[in-house]
Design a binder for this molecule. Structure first.
Ligand code: PLP
Ligand code: 3DJ
Length: 408
């Protein structure tokens, strides 16, 4: 039995998160199902960025590094992200990009396990993670990066040579959610350290880095957290590792006394040693504006609505008989649904022309991200019906839908 549009309207009316939608500047006529790649613009962000540019930079000039809190922002934003990832204070900083932060924590983790040579990472990981693992093991003598065919093969490959395991909490293609607690425990029982990439889970579901005993984690802020294109990433280093960990990008922002301008490097104690260089204030301040929203959002309610939206979408597209690549069990999926179609690329382009923005990942996955702060139940109903019409009409066969851009 599938829900009617009226029933979806009733769900919207009863939705405890419905009020958040007005805080985002979404264009009229667009159903945005790509917030799992680039989150929507919070209404407050342009005003906050203008204030940064015109007042803090334009009027206050260099004084703002102290007076406007610029210098401390990687830490203050880290402290505001910490509750979203289940981290106690002093373990998260906001800086650089996911790839750069992964380079730092992976190198630090490898050095914490001397004598072990292998980094295990899943073959289907977002490729930058694998590229960074290749880069790091190319630099740390005697180490190598080995591909796990899938996370299910982990136990069979966890031997005494494995130093670090690197996995994505939610798979960027299928939306599969891994068992962070169980996997972390097994990896550590085998004597290795665990690094999680939480790019596709932060802001989509509650994460418990401390409770799961995670060693290190990295994540981005431009997806569910709505920090803006290329907004700064974050990293988590468990407090128990901070004294011994040494990160390789030993820049002056991670120095114990940067303004003493000493020739030798002495790291800050604590999480600050993972900083490298001057943060981009435009990016940091824009992220701060979106975190103002997150401070008022209840993550349990976000998760409950995310599961309801994704369940509803699967239910509504069921008559289309497409293969659903996302696991059906709620404890095994993030906040997106991936559907297989051999012509997924032009189908997604035809949907975008209708104002339903999802995306495509080769070879055949149509991805639809459901961001509970600004996507409603009627949006899901409308999107499913547009998809049905695009497939039934065959309009996706038009030549204009087959011209690929550089970014899909
Ligand atoms: C799982 C995952 N890791 C890493 C990245 C890349 O992050 P960055 O461009 O910040 O290095 C992305 C997406 O871009 C991603 O989805
Ligand atoms: N970071 C991106 C970018 O700079 C341009 C286009 C897309 C992205 C993405 O985030 C892709 C995303 N990680 C994915 O899940 O495919």
């Amino acid at each position: 039995m599938t829900r009617t549009r009226e029933e979806c309207a009733a769900l919207d009316a009863a939705d405890p998160l419905a009020g958040f939608r007005a805080e985002f500047a979404l264009p009229e006529g667009v159903i945005y199902l790509d917030g799992n790649s680039l989150g929507a613009l919070p209404r407050r962000t342009p005003e906050r960025v203008r204030e940064l540019v015109e007042v803090e930079w334009g009027q206050q000039l260099i004084r703002s590094w102290n007076d406007a809190g610029w210098f401390a922002l990687p830490h203050t934003l880290g402290a505001r992200i910490a509750p979203l990832v289940g981290a106690a204070a002093g373990q998260v900083v906001v800086c650089d990009t996911t790839s750069v932060n992964l380079f730092k924590v992976l190198t630090a983790a490898l050095r914490l396990r001397p004598g072990r040579r292998t980094v295990l990472a899943e073959q289907a990981a977002f490729p930058t993670d694998l590229y960074i693992a290749e880069g790091v093991t190319g630099l740390v003598e005697g180490t190598r990066s080995v591909l796990l065919p899938s996370a299910a093969d982990l136990d069979g490959m966890l031997d005494e040579d494995v130093a670090v395991v690197l996995l994505s909490h939610v798979d960027y293609r299928t939306g599969e959610l891994l068992d962070m607690a169980g996997i972390t425990r097994r990896v550590q029982q085998a004597g290795a350290l665990m690094i999680w990439d939480v790019c596709h889970s932060v802001g989509a579901l509650p994460i418990e880095l401390d409770a799961c005993g995670v060693d290190f984690a990295v994540g981005c802020t431009y997806k569910y957290l709505n920090g803006g294109p290329g907004s700064p990433a974050f990293l988590y280093a468990a407090e128990r590792h901070q004294a011994a960990a040494a990160q390789p990008l030993s820049g002056w922002f991670g120095h114990a006394r940067p303004f003493d301008f000493e020739p030798g490097y002495e790291p800050l104690p604590g999480i600050g040693k993972f900083l490298t260089s001057s943060p981009s204030m435009l990016g940091q301040v824009a992220l701060g504006a979106s975190l103002d929203i997150w401070e008022r959002a209840d993550l349990q309610a976000v998760r409950a609505k995310s599961l309801a939206l994704t369940d509803l979408f699967v239910e509504l597209v069921e008559p289309l008989k497409l293969e659903v690549a996302t696991p059906r069990a709620s404890e095994r999926r993030g906040s997106q649904i991936a559907l297989r179609h051999p012509d997924g690329y032009p189908v997604v382009q035809a949907l975008i022309e209708r104002g339903v923005i999802g995306d495509f990942r080769a070879p055949d996955l149509m991805r639809f991200g459901f961001t509970p702060l600004y996507v409603g139940y009627r949006d899901v109903w409308d999107a499913a019906h547009h998809l049905a019409e695009v497939l039934e009409s065959g309009e996706w066969r038009a030549e204009r839908f087959n011209r690929r851009g550089a970014v899909t």
